[in-house]
Design a protein around this ligand. Structure first.
Ligand SMILES: NC(=O)c1ccc[n+]([C@@H]2O[C@H](COP(=O)([O-])OP(=O)(O)OC[C@H]3O[C@@H](n4cnc5c(N)ncnc54)[C@H](O)[C@@H]3O)[C@@H](O)[C@H]2O)c1
Length: 333
């Protein structure tokens, strides 16, 4: 298979590096409008064919699949053209800049029988796969809440706000590990510099009472990457800044008892052991590239398919709507 990577800025070179060592990929093309990025890629990866001609990568019969790592607003037009020209497509997160665009791409990919995949990188990390396993096998119990903080100083984006940049990661993790249906979103956010929100707080409500909260910011003095998930049996803390022991499981919780004749609930705290499971430390992006190629060869939907991308975009779009209306509750359909 021959794969073209469009967009060689910050993230694209990681895709190039990983596709070069993905089984089944025999050639990698790198494309950017910026000559300096092309020269950089050629110097780091001499085996890559470079071109400034995006249209060539989108149309060439020699290229089977395309990975798109350009600014968010360009995801839709580039992916659309690629699918129309018979290519399978891997799109960087977030899949598109709107729900309508995501739905269009899904329809187009289905009509043309092409794989449409979104790079929700975190889903492929050992940490998130372990968290899903713990929730699915019942160790955590019924989920109460999902709470995430993803803050640091910078990198201010020019084209998307902090929700589309940072919350994408956490919303995709939530969607992957929680097996319930989100029904509504409310959010607050504000901009301090260029009219683009640089700090936001998002709430997501589920049909079964689970609540999720996301705090994202480019304006924090320290880097925090922490997710807390609590269930009836145990609690999880996932700290992505930890070099090892990123996931810790606490045997802590609350036990409620009512005694006959006493019209009062007794609340007791349960505090047991904590352990940190061993995690697979394979680079997540190498698994993303492998999943993309294998899903093409096996003619199946990838784990993070167009629908996974759409679910995240729906929540991000609703959050943005809510921010513009001062936190009003926005229903997901
Ligand atoms: N999965 C992750 O963890 C992760 C991390 C960072 C960024 N991203 C995503 O990757 C995408 C790119 O982000 P970035 O930080 O690398 O941006 P960037 O601005 O550093 O790079 C984008 C590159 O695309 C090029 N480009 C723009 N339009 C083009 C076109 N039509 N044809 C060819 N090249 C074109 C630009 O010249 C630039 O070099 C975004 O969607 C972002 O959300 C994902």
């Amino acid at each position: 298979m021959k794969v073209g990577v469009i967009g060689l800025g910050y993230w694209g070179p990681n895709l190039v590096r990983n596709f070069l060592s993905t089984p089944g990929v025999e050639r990698v093309y790198g494309c950017d409008l910026d000559e300096k990025r092309l020269a950089f890629i050629k110097s780091r990866f001499p085996a890559v064919e470079i071109t400034k001609d995006t249209d060539f990568v989108l149309r060439s019969a020699d290229i089977d699949a395309v990975a798109i790592a350009t600014p968010v607003a360009t995801h839709y037009p580039l992916a659309k053209k690629a699918i129309e020209n018979g290519k399978h497509v891997l799109v960087e997160k977030p899949l598109t800049a709107s729900v309508k665009e995501a739905e269009d791409l899904i329809n187009l990919a289905e009509k043309n029988k092409k794989v449409l995949m979104v790079d929700h990188t975190f889903i492929y990390t050992g940490a998130v796969r372990k968290i899903k396993e713990l929730i699915d096998n019942g160790e955590i119990g019924e989920i109460y809440y999902f709470d995430s903080v993803r803050i640091n100083l910078g990198l201010f984006q020019h084209d998307v706000n902090v929700i589309w940049d940072l919350a994408t990661h956490d919303v995709s993790i939530m969607d992957f590990v929680i097996n319930s249906r989100p029904v509504s979103v409310s959010a607050f956010g504000t901009s301090h510099y260029n009219g683009i929100e640089d700090i936001a707080y998002i709430n997501v409500n589920f049909d079964n009472g689970i609540i999720a909260h996301f705090h994202v910011s480019w304006l924090a003095p320290v880097k925090v990457r922490r997710i807390l998930i609590s269930g009836t049996k145990k609690m999880i803390i996932y700290d992505d800044t930890e070099p090892s022991e990123k996931v810790k499981i606490y045997d802590k919780g609350v036990v409620v008892t009512s005694q006959e004749g006493i019209h009062r609930l007794l609340i007791q705290y349960r505090s047991g052991d904590m352990y940190a499971p061993k995690l697979d430390d394979t680079e997540a992006l190498s698994l993303v590239c492998r999943e993309f190629v294998e899903s093409i060869f096996e003619n199946r939907n990838p784990i993070t398919d167009g629908y996974a991308g759409l679910k995240v975009v729906k929540i991000l779009e609703a959050a943005e709507k809510s921010i513009k209306k001062n936190g009003v509750l926005v229903n997901l359909d």
